[in-house]
Design a protein around this ligand. Structure first.
Ligand code: GLU
Ligand code: ZN
Length: 276
């Protein structure tokens, strides 16, 4: 008899700032799901933000996770996988699914673009335009074209159920940045496939991004995992926790001598109470 595939989850932080409680919640969520299924919990450092990515934050993250009592296997950081992003982007380009865009953020704002889940929704100005030689350009996904080519795509969220992929609320997202051979969408989608992740867990704030990831999987013929977007941990006023509102970082708490295992237990209790 064939055995069911192992459950593989991951925590994929970007080392451009400290981790805070929301990250701990997310990491514990992924860790516990894997452990409960006798599977694997991976740590992947998403360090392709140029000078914003700092190795000292990655070291800090490892100490934070250890302090919380988590066990993980670390897979190669994104900065070591640039060639695979380039190859995938080339493939998408060959398929005619990407087009160059030279617009700056300011120019897109000036077009009166509507806001989507990930900032301004690009109105497609550069589609079909000829590029002047040597102009720095990002590559955007032609979402309408991809949808016509692929037809209806469905993905499964273990909380929300079966979802029809509708990436139009994002518009034509950037797949290759002007200064980098990938964007978050391309890099994370490829890496999850290569790392054998079977259950992608992350906060509900990234729910909409999954529509894009599902399209990329189909175009690149990648395996399709399940997802579980969890509720976001809120502060006492019911607002999303973030650094900007001054919630202490995990490193601050750890260095102040707080008990990480007790904190992890408290977060697990909150997870149970919020029913995720
Ligand atoms: N590096 C991304 C972040 O920190 C990962 C998001 C994801 O889990 O897909 O937001
Ligand atoms: Zn443009």
């Amino acid at each position: 008899m064939e055995s069911a595939p192992e459950t593989v989850t991951r925590f994929a932080p970007s080392p451009n700032g400290h981790l805070h409680l929301g990250h701990a919640y997310s990491a514990i969520f992924a860790h516990d799901l894997a452990k409960a299924a006798d599977g694997q919990f991976l740590l992947r450092i998403e360090d392709i933000d140029g000078p914003r990515s700092r190795p000292e934050f990655a070291d800090e993250f490892r100490r934070d996770l250890e302090w919380l009592g988590l066990e993980w296997e670390e897979v190669p950081a994104q900065s070591t996988r640039i060639e695979s992003y380039r190859e995938a982007a080339d493939e998408l380009f060959r398929q005619g699914m990407l087009y160059p865009c030279t617009c700056t953020r300011k120019e897109i704002e000036a077009l009166g673009a509507r806001r989507g889940p990930d900032g301004m929704v690009y109105p497609g100005t550069c589609k079909g335009r000829l590029l002047k030689h040597d102009q720095p350009a990002a590559l955007r996904l032609d979402v309408d074209k991809a949808l016509i080519h692929l037809g209806e795509l469905v993905w499964t969220d273990e909380e929300a159920g079966s979802i029809v992929a509708d990436p139009r609320e994002f518009g034509d997202v950037v797949i290759v940045r002007k200064e980098l051979p990938a964007s978050y969408h391309l890099a994370a989608t490829l890496d999850d496939a290569v790392d054998g992740v079977t259950l992608v867990t992350r906060g509900a704030d990234l729910f909409a991004a999954t529509h894009i990831h599902r399209i990329l999987q189909e175009l690149l013929k990648l395996p399709v995992p399940h997802w579980h977007h969890h509720k976001l941990l809120l502060d006492q006023e019911g607002k999303k926790l973030s650094k900007s509102r001054g919630s202490p970082s995990l490193a601050d708490r750890r260095e102040a001598g707080e008990d990480g295992l007790a904190l992890a237990e408290q977060l697990r209790l909150q997870q149970m109470q919020s029913g995720i």
